[in-house]
Design a protein around this ligand. Structure first.
Ligand code: ADP
Ligand code: MG
Length: 243
């Protein structure tokens, strides 16, 4: 479904991604971990087409289509969804009008409201939030729930979750992952989960765990590697790479 070949990404003349390869099939869960500043968020932005991020070299294919030069809108229409590490606040736009807009009049008002209410219930989001300015004054957990709300409404094929679990209380974590798992099992979508949380395997079952360091995936393994990271940190894995 997603194929990244020998990717090099440049931000303001700094090489951030340096020869990254990744292949993701349908219905797979890939966890990406790695020290701060390794390039995890950059990778998620570049897949989603963030403007001004320059691909120096390499190719990104989604369902065999080259997406290197597509706009975020075009990439999103193909079925790729990114949940931001730091969701932004938008003053002057209510959550409802935002959601209506991203769904591009797919439903009439009555249908849309019914759909949104249904998803709000699943995520335990109070309905009055729909009439508040988008994310403005929301708590960290409420912003993350809003990301999952958009995901469930847009029905993407590839979901990228950039630290969806950072700073969440245990109940919010449970609600969010229950909904992510349900969506994944029903739609057989693929997931890229970027996290620092070594407890992640309590919430999802990854097929692969990748360690991203200094702009490259230096190790791909299964969930067992997480125990190792919990015990020793990234030191061993990084040292083996440097050797
Ligand atoms: P991670 O998500 O793995 O913590 P990021 O992808 O956010 O790391 O960042 C990787 C590196 O790229 C960091 O050193 C960061 O400072 C740098 N970087 C990211 N965005 C920019 C930018 N807009 N301008 C300059 N440097 C950037
Ligand atoms: Mg990040």
């Amino acid at each position: 479904m997603l194929k990244i070949k020998n990717l090099y990404v440049n931000i303001k003349n700094n090489l951030i991604i340096k020869g990254l390869n990744l292949r993701i099939k349908r219905n797979e869960i890939h966890v990406i971990m790695g020290p701060n500043g390794s390039g995890k968020s950059t990778l998620s932005y570049i897949i989603s087409g963030k403007p001004k991020y320059r691909i120096d070299k390499g190719k990104i294919y989604f369902n065999k289509k080259l997406i290197n030069n597509l706009s975020p809108y075009e990439i999103s229409k193909l079925g790729i969804f990114l949940s931001f590490q730091y969701p932004i606040e938008i003053n002057g736009i209510t959550m409802y009008s935002f959601l209506k807009n991203i769904l591009k009049n797919k439903y009439n008002n009555k249908e849309l409201l019914k759909k949104i209410y249904k998803v709000c219930n699943k995520l335990k989001i109070k309905k009055n939030y729909l009439y508040r300015n988008f994310n403005v004054g929301f708590s960290g957990g409420e912003k993350k729930k809003n990301e999952i709300l958009q995901m469930l409404l847009l029905k993407p094929k590839l979901v990228i979750l950039d630290e969806i679990d950072s700073g969440l209380d245990i109940d919010t974590l449970n609600i969010i992952f229950k909904n992510i798992n349900k969506y994944k099992n029903k739609n057989k979508c693929s997931l890229i989960i970027i996290t620092h949380n070594t407890n992640i395997i309590k919430y999802i079952k990854p097929n692969y765990v990748h360690i991203l360091y200094n702009g490259k995936i230096i190790k791909s393994s299964n969930k067992k590697i997480i125990k190792n990271i919990e015990k020793y940190g990234y030191k061993n894995i990084i040292n083996n790479e440097i050797k």
